[in-house]
Ligand binder design. Sequence first.
Ligand code: PLP
Length: 384
Amino acid sequence: MSLDPLLFTPGPVMLPREVLQELGKQVVSHRSSDFRRIFSETVEFLKTVFKTENEIIVLTASGTGGVEASLINLLKPGERIIVPVYGVFSSRAAETASRLGINVISQKMELPEEDKILQLIEENEAEALFMVYNETSPGITVRKLAKIVEEAKSKGLLVIVDAISILGGDLLETDKWGIDVVVAGSQKCLMSPPGLSFVSLSAEAIKKMGNVPRRTFYFDFQRYLKFLKERRETPYTPAVNILYATRTALKIIVEKIGLDNWINLHKDRGMILYESLEDLKMDPIIPLGYRSYTVISVAPPNGLKADELLDLLRRKYSIYCAGGLENWKGKILRFGNMGYITRRTLLTLISALSDLLSSRGININLSRALNRVSALKDVEWQSI
Ligand SMILES: Cc1ncc(COP(=O)(O)O)c(C=O)c1O
């Protein structure tokens, strides 16, 4: 026997039973009316979560597929895209664009400072801007995204936003902010299994796409749009049961919990996590103003190794958290604060950490940390 794992990884995430059960249901044909109903409902829920009237394409691919598909559909080889780089995923986006023959104008920066990004937009001629809204490595949110999008749009750029690790867990206004393309994934704040990505496309993006040579068959957005509009279907066989599960998760988020409550819960939980981890002598590594609420990154207490703590959490308690990537490798712990994380699970995490830390002589304030978590206004999961 083994303990059921508790996931505090920044995706994939734990799922409630109601969502998991969808995976065991009989499959339906993706050319049936049953499928069309499920698919249409899912797309409508997604529109609510994306806060958009735009079309949303559903791909059977993880987030990376959604990013690559957006770049290949929206930019011709040789066109220019500005990609500020402040972590692994923005760096990957730049690399993806470059491999597709797109001319990448990128600049590395510690933090996505508004001034630096606006200067990059100001000083370079380009067709598009790519922004990672929430850099999962190491847990940075671009708080000034709305302003950056506004500036880029005023210069006539097409704006593509990777919102994979934040959509549903923080404020994102696709239409109000004027974002042309938003990419999200199923396995993060949407409380769904991994396997799907979602891409919203503005009228301007759809128009631009029409002038780009069609270089991909599986990811051809024009085919996805045609099937979506004319048949409420996908052009190829989708991951039907993951779609079932996502539909159920979105229904819970939108109809039972309420999108604003869901977003606020992530924020409250995120703040509580930062504070209670500080009580355990683990300080945030990202300055205020850039800190993510969906990915909480902290340094281990003095004298302890991050990887050793992560290993102990896993072996002793079957609790899974993440470490740092690239420059942060071995130096930090990252806790995903996404989706179905309950007060009970948080209390378990804090208690398990306190056990490991106090046995190593770290002077922690456990009761304060636990009090903070107890005060969380959680969803009434029993009544959902
Ligand atoms: C910001 C961001 N972009 C892209 C990805 C890649 O997504 P996936 O692993 O679903 O392909 C991730 C995954 O964590 C991410 O956090």
